[in-house]
Design a protein around this ligand. Structure first.
Ligand code: FA5
Ligand code: MG
Length: 377
């Protein structure tokens, strides 16, 4: 694996380790639920659907290029903010850096929010083409397709000096649409203009699958400034980043993103390396709903903070299926804002009792009052 220890910050003499993930550093916002996911490495588990997609894509790249792509899949998800943001020319006030979107270890380190966090160091190491896969972390809402940990694959291909941008762009599009054909067969695809601070021009690839357009990846021609800063001068290149869960959910027809984390053999027995099969749903246990209504306090309230609390209380198992805002109003006299959220609890593996959901939900209310300074109605 790759040591990034030249990147030394004020608080760590080397990169942080798993023991540093939770601390009383004022900038630390990592919860136990998140810490327990670091090191799980679903993308490395044999016969796991994420590993099957990863290998299929790696094989596709190395069977369509005579010069092999270097493969990285074990780089630490704990990175410096320099690597995750600054090196990619992401401006200091960009939303992706905010505490409501990113898990910070301290002011200068975070859990990577994308695999692009490794672009600069790998380019600096002189590799001319590589694929880099790993778990990425984003504070986010909770529903069947959003989970705070998911997996991305980054790809970079460098070109000889003076290769025209048009040639690089055409290569990017043909290589990536070839990959999409390998995965999805002869589907309809389209390139949509996009914006990323680190590429210009930038494109998203969408495929038409089961009646709708699905965004599969972001990509573009790498900003020359990034390559120059990485010590590779004027050599041009392209990059892309794709979400493995999103591909796997479509290809295997997996209906809920939490299933990737399940330990149920009825899930895992269905998948085998090299095979893209249709997932057969097994019986679901019933959902249990509980509402929480409150006045938001003086502190700015962000729904992601509530999701975090719900997840925090359910750390032994993933019992939260969804957290949704069902009512919001401002009191005409006091001008205070009232929110009502509905939490859907459901286990992937067993039936929940009303009593245990009551206990969990009571704890959620308690923690929300303490941590978010809200006032229960
Ligand atoms: C990025 O993360 C860029 N780093 C991608 C990139 C790399 C662009 C290199 C240019 C060059 P974005 O946030 O759009 O971009 O995520 C990229 C892909 O990750 C998406 O296309 C999608 O497939 C997947 N993805 C993003 N958010 C989620 C999510 N919440 N759940 C599952 N998959 C997601
Ligand atoms: Mg996007």
């Amino acid at each position: 694996s790759y040591l990034l220890s030249s990147q030394v910050s004020s608080s760590f003499s080397t990169l942080p380790s798993v023991d540093d993930l939770i601390s009383d550093d004022p900038n630390n916002n990592i919860t136990e639920a998140i810490r327990s996911k670091v090191g799980r490495n679903l993308h490395l588990q044999q016969n796991h659907p994420l590993n099957i997609i990863k290998s299929t894509i790696e094989n596709h790249f190395n069977s369509t290029h005579s010069e092999p792509f270097a493969l990285h899949d074990s780089l630490s998800p704990m990175v410096s903010t320099k690597h995750c943001f600054d090196d990619l020319l992401i401006p200091p006030d960009h939303v992706s850096r905010s505490y409501s979107d990113t898990y910070y270890i301290d002011a200068d380190h975070c859990l990577r929010t994308h695999t692009s966090a490794h672009q600069s160091t790998l380019i600096a190491s002189g590799e001319s083409q590589f694929l880099c896969t790993g778990d990425v972390y984003r504070r986010d809402e909770i529903d069947s397709s959003h989970y705070p940990v998911f997996h991305q694959m980054e790809g970079v291909k460098m070109f000889p000096l003076d290769t025209p941008t048009k040639v690089i762009e055409d290569d990017l599009k043909s290589v990536l649409s070839g990959m999409a054909k390998t995965l999805f067969g002869d589907v309809e695809m389209r390139w949509v203009d996009a914006y990323f601070p680190f590429t210009e021009p930038s494109y998203e690839l969408e495929i038409f699958f089961n009646g709708e357009w699905l965004e599969v990846l972001g990509s573009g021609v790498i900003q020359q400034q990034i390559i120059r800063n990485a010590g590779q001068g004027e050599q041009p290149g392209w990059a892309f980043g794709l979400g493995l869960e999103r591909l796997a959910m479509v290809l295997f027809e997996i209906p809920d993103i939490r299933l990737f984390w399940s330990s149920d053999p009825r899930f895992h027995q269905q998948f085998k390396s090299g095979e893209i099969i249709k997932f057969k749903e097994y019986s679901k246990y019933p959902p249990v709903h509980r509402d929480i209504s409150f006045w938001t306090g003086g502190k700015e309230f962000h729904p992601n903070d509530l999701c975090e609390i719900v997840r925090g209380v359910c750390i032994e198992e993933d019992l939260v299926e969804k957290v949704e805002l069902i009512d919001e109003f401002v009191h005409p006299k006091t001008k205070k804002t009232s929110n009502c959220f509905r939490v859907t609890y459901r286990s992937m593996d067993r039936s929940l009792t009303n009593k245990e959901v009551d206990d969990i939900h009571f704890q959620v209310r308690d923690n929300a009052v303490t941590d978010l300074k809200i006032e229960i109605r």
